[in-house]
Design a protein around this ligand. Structure first.
Ligand SMILES: Nc1ncnc2c1ncn2[C@@H]1O[C@H](COP(=O)(O)OP(=O)(O)O)[C@@H](O)[C@H]1O
Ligand SMILES: [Mg+2]
Length: 376
């Protein structure tokens, strides 16, 4: 190393808070710092108030603290510094505290412990702490960024689901009320017209058109219900699930059973919608993939939670493989269920084994007023 390099090495400013009651000890400490190549810019404090003022007054690299002081203590200083900045390097520089006390101090968040009589290790200890603190701060800031990204994504996802439901509700109503009513009028008028027509050929044509209008009317009503059954808003989850079961029950298909207590409390729009959409997706999956003979949907509310279970005796599937495929964007059903449950503050568990059927269990916390109703 050349002299110039040593010079650069030597000129390392260090902003330090020194917690020390004895001026001589502070002087020894400063000498050790300078010898280790630091140019200390420091403040010496001896009480809680002084430390508090110092912490607020400036940017510091390190706190070097004595352990026992007449009006203060290294442990209190440590807690104070940690509350102010969880990453700030804190090194205890003390006479003879026992090993037990040193270990306790390290557990409380001190980074190192150096004995006053032997300060040769001080420079290396500070250097190491500065490096590690930089890493800790970088990690913390990465974690913060990740957390914020996750929260933003969650808010976005929440908003999108809300908008989707609002749009479905709107289109479903529009289809049912406006378009449905117009089609009904067309159909009735055509039937009335047909009755008045003398010419058989023309009458049968009018009948035929009335028939087509009737079919379109049925399709529009089904479409409207599929988008969002009004039961979900007007009567609640139990009624909506009853409709869902009826909608999917057909001869030759699996038996679909629903168990839901009659006095199920209203759970709030978000949880009810989430529950319904999960049941809908789960039932669609059973009908589409499982070849089951029986599906059971169990809904219950107790102990402050609402639980939804969908169980089939079909072929089952490899959940890990399905999840891996979902991550590639192959399917959205399982992903969507997870998302809905998480946003409603609940949790979901799926258990499936090839040849042994599938069981899905979703649990949501009830809103407090509904929870009281459910407990009663
Ligand atoms: N109840 C079930 N029984 C058998 N297989 C299922 C069941 N539910 C889901 N699966 C399997 O998991 C896969 C992923 O489901 P999902 O994410 O809903 O996507 P999609 O239904 O669009 O294929 C399905 O393709 C199917 O192979
Ligand atoms: Mg699906």
């Amino acid at each position: 190393m050349t002299n110039a390099e040593q010079q650069v090495e030597a000129a390392r400013p260090l902003r330090a808070i020194i917690v020390e009651d004895t001026p001589d000890d502070a002087a020894l400490l400063l000498r050790a710092l300078r010898r280790a190549g630091f140019v200390p810019d420091y403040v010496r404090v001896q009480t809680e108030e002084e430390l508090d003022q110092a912490l607020r007054a400036g940017q510091w690299d390190v706190v070097l603290s004595d352990y026992t002081l007449p009006d203060f203590s290294g442990l209190i200083a440590l807690h104070q510094v940690r509350a102010f900045d969880p990453d700030m390097p804190f090194i205890i520089i003390s006479g003879n505290i026992g090993e037990d006390v040193a270990v306790a101090a390290m557990k409380a968040g001190a980074h190192d412990y150096i004995i006053k009589g032997n300060l040769t290790r001080l420079g290396a200890a500070i250097d190491r702490e500065l490096r590690e603190t930089e890493m800790r701060r970088a990690r913390r800031s990465d974690e913060q960024a990740l957390l914020h990204a996750r929260l933003r994504l969650q808010a976005l996802s929440n908003r999108m689901l809300e908008m989707q439901e609002a749009e479905r509700r709107h289109i479903a109503r529009e289809l049912h009320d406006e378009i449905g009513q117009s089609l009904t009028a067309i159909k009735l008028n055509l039937e009335a017209l047909a009755r008045r027509l003398g010419d058989d050929k023309v009458r049968s044509l009018a009948d035929e058109i009335a028939g087509v209008a009737g079919e379109v009317l049925d399709q529009v009503r089904r479409l409207s219900l599929d988008l969002r059954p009004p039961q979900l808003d007007d009567l609640g989850l139990r009624a909506a699930l009853h409709w869902l079961v009826k909608r999917h029950s057909r001869e030759g298909g699996p038996a679909i059973e629903l168990e839901a207590p009659e006095d199920l409390p209203r759970l709030g729009t978000q949880a009810e919608t989430a529950c319904f959409r999960i049941a809908q997706e789960a039932l669609t999956n059973v009908l589409r993939h499982s070849d089951a003979k029986t599906v059971r949907i169990l809904l219950d509310a107790k102990d402050g939670h609402c639980s939804l279970e969908v169980r089939d005796d079909g072929r089952g599937f490899d959940l890990a493989a399905a999840r891996a495929k979902a991550l590639e964007g192959a399917s959205l059903g399982l992903v969507g269920m997870n998302e809905r449950v998480t946003l409603a503050g609940g949790e979901i568990r799926i258990a499936s084994h090839v040849g042994e059927g599938t069981r899905l269990l979703a649990r949501f916390p009830l809103p407090t007023d509904a929870a009281e109703g459910a407990r009663a």
